[in-house]
Ligand binder design. Sequence first.
Ligand code: AR6
Length: 170
Amino acid sequence: MARLEIILGDITRQDVDAIVNAANCSLLGGGGVDGAIHRAAGPELLAECRRLHGCETGKAKITGGYRLPARHVIHTPGPVWHGGGYGEEELLRSCYRSCLELASENGCETVDFPSISTGVYRFPLDKASRIAVGTILDYLEEHPEIRRVRMVCFDERTKAWYDRALEELT
Ligand code: AR6
C-alpha cells in the first residue's frame, strides 16, 4: 500500500491524527483553508493559537483539534510567491518537512495536508506539487512511524497537478 495518497475533499472533515493548516505568521486565522479550519474547530483553537505568539514562514506549530474530527492541527505559514528568487521553494520544502517532524514527535501516524501556498499566496501549482510530493516521499522513506499522508485537494485542477507529481516521482 502506498503511504502517500492524493484525494479530493475538505480537510476540515477528515478524521486523522493531524491536519495541516496553511496559516500566516500571526497564527490568528485568515481566509481560505485557514478560515475554514478555525470555523470548524471553534473559538478554543484561536485561544490556543494566541498563546503561541506566531510562527516564522517555513516553520510549524501544533495545537489541539477541538471541534474538528482531527486530533491535532499543525499550523505552518507558507511562503508568498514573489517570482521564485526569494527562497520560496526552499521555504515551501521546509513547511512540509517541519510539519512531518512535528507529527512524528507527537505520535501522529496519519497526517493530511492542504496544498500549502497555492491559493492566496500564488505559488505556482506545477512547482508546489513537485516540492510537496518529493518532500513527503523523502520523509516517509526515513520515518516508518508515519503510517499515511494524504494531500487533500479542494478542486480538480489542484488534484490533477498532485496526481501528476506523484506519478513522476514514483
Ligand atoms: N480543504 C482543503 N483545501 C482547501 C480548503 C478546505 N476546506 N479550503 C481551501 N482549500 P489558501 P495559502 C485550498 O489560500 O495560499 C489565508 O488567509 C485552496 O483551494 O487557503 O497558503 C491564511 O491566513 C488552495 O488550493 O492558502 C494566509 O494569510 C489551498 O487550500 C493565506 O491565506 C491553499 O489556499 C495563506 O495562503
